[in-house]
Ligand binder design. Structure first.
Ligand SMILES: [Zn+2]
Length: 481
């Protein structure tokens, strides 16, 4: 009886009068919800410039540089960043909690035990505070020799630009309220081995945070290369395909069921690409379907290692003469990461996209964790557990060689099935299910997103092994016979 009731209720809400999948054609992007564009427009180019100027004035922010000098070195830079977060928190009635996660690190680029500290501000969510989105940039800088902790290392673009985006995001978003928690993080130790990223990922795990996304910003403030090629209308978003965390267990399941292009980080990349189109900022996303630039790395990698979805933002055109270089002129070529090489209107657009993405993610519910079945069948069925604060879901699918979601169907909320009144036991958890008639599972990749009451939609989580927005855990072994 209860089962019948469940089916009847789902039949009313989850199976719209469609026998054939409906093609959604959207020649022009749907505009972003007005509040997102309005929030993005609060980002100030003047503030970004002032922050980078201030960071450069610390001389060097090398992780091994002086810690106790009032105006020079990594210590002074971290203290100044803390002061910014405290100022924003005062303005929002104490809405930010400021913490310095740290570790004492020794490695091939940190020869003696050294305290590596991150500076983070936590804006606790009002609805689902354990769901966390994190923006990161690295505050440490370097010159040609990664061990040189005393020469001037302005690090204007690498990564004063990302740190300025983090600080400006905190200023703008702390004036608003969100269901989920947002963490603003200036990391150190990046140039010495991604230490700050690992410290924060470990901290997130220790807090029990459900990290939905890490948006890492590293080198986001120039638009021209050494060869004169310029592009100030594109930002690259790097994402891993098969997820690294759990890959040994996943490999066999993904070979059978797919998922090579559907790690949660890849779906985060698709989400940001679509959002950029909707925002009309004059900034396109070029999704780069690899974890980072060729043979190089960044702090988001440590989040991915911990199983947290993460992407890296970086400029469309890097200038290799202006990063990791001693300040000098050689044969007429100017080397060094100085502020005069930066493009602040471009940095503003990239920061706007980050701020809108953080707001969109923190407003929307968590993505569902769908599963799909339909082998040797003419129909495909998706099933997923209800998601907190979701009032509906979007089932999406695309060709296996399609780069973004192509087809969609809206599915209404599930309805709990309770015992006869008065309920003698708690309601059964709602289960959502939809069947796509005439859609062969072999030829498509499927996913589902959650939709909140205000229309905010989460990223799509793909119905593939390892597709869920949480650390991967192998499925339990089948019960013994
Ligand atoms: Zn960097």
């Amino acid at each position: 009886m209860k089962k019948l009731l469940l089916i009847a209720l789902l039949g009313a809400s989850a199976f719209p009068a469609l026998s054939q999948p409906r093609r959604t054609t959207a020649p022009a992007p749907t505009p972003a919800p007005a509040p997102l564009r309005a929030i993005a427009d609060e980002v100030s180019e003047a503030n970004l410039r002032a922050t980078v100027e201030r960071l450069v004035r610390f001389g060097t922010r090398h992780t091994l540089s002086v810690r106790d000098h009032p105006t020079r070195g990594i210590g002074a830079a971290l203290n100044w960043t803390e002061g910014q977060f405290r100022r924003f928190s005062r303005d929002c009635g104490g809405c930010l909690t400021i913490v310095r996660p740290s570790d004492t690190v020794t490695n091939r680029r940190i020869p003696t035990p050294t305290l590596v500290e991150d500076m983070i501000a936590i804006q606790r969510g009002t609805g689902d505070p354990n769901r966390v989105v994190i923006i990161t940039g690295h505050i440490d800088s370097r010159v040609t020799d990664p061990m040189n902790a005393t020469s001037d290392a302005p690090g204007a673009n690498d990564d004063g630009s990302g740190t300025a985006a983090v600080i400006e995001a905190a200023r703008v978003l702390s004036r608003h309220r969100f269901a989920g928690t947002i963490v603003y993080a200036a990391l150190s130790g990046e140039e010495q081995g991604l230490n700050g990223g690992k410290i924060l990922a470990d901290y997130a795990r220790a807090q029990g945070w459900r990290v939905e996304a890490n948006l890492n910003n590293d080198i986001i403030g120039n638009s021209c290369g050494a060869d004169g090629v310029c592009d100030d209308a594109t930002v690259r978003v790097f994402s891993e395909g098969p997820r690294w965390q759990g890959h040994e267990d996943l490999a066999a399941r993904q070979r059978s069921l797919g998922g090579e292009n559907d790690a949660p980080g890849r779906n985060l990349s698709r989400f940001i690409d679509t959002l950029a189109d909707q925002l009309s900022l004059g900034l396109n996303v070029r999704q780069v379907w690899r974890n980072d630039r060729f043979g190089r790395g960044g702090d988001h990698t440590e989040f991915l290692n911990a199983g947290f979805p993460a992407v890296r933002f970086s400029v469309a055109i890097e200038n290799y003469d202006w990063q990791h270089q001693d300040l000098r002129t050689e044969n007429g070529t100017v080397y060094g990461d100085t502020i005069d090489h930066m493009d602040f209107p471009y940095l503003r657009r990239v920061t706007q996209l980050n701020v809108a993405a953080l707001a969109a993610l923190a407003r929307a519910p968590m993505p569902p964790e769908p599963t799909v079945r339909g082998g040797v069948s003419t129909d495909t069925t998706l099933t997923w557990a209800d998601v907190r604060d979701a009032v509906g879901y979007m089932v999406r699918w695309r060709r296996t060689d399609g780069n973004n979601w192509e087809e969609s169907r809206r599915v209404g909320p599930a309805v709990s099935v309770c015992g006869e009144p008065p309920p003698s036991h708690p309601c059964a958890p709602p289960l959502n299910q939809t069947t796509l008639r005439g859609v062969r599972v072999d030829d498509w990749v499927f996913g589902v997103s959650s939709v909140a009451a205000d229309g905010s939609e989460s990223p799509v989580a793909s119905a593939v092994p390892g597709g869920a927005f949480r650390p991967y855990a192998p499925p339990p072994p089948p019960p013994a016979q």
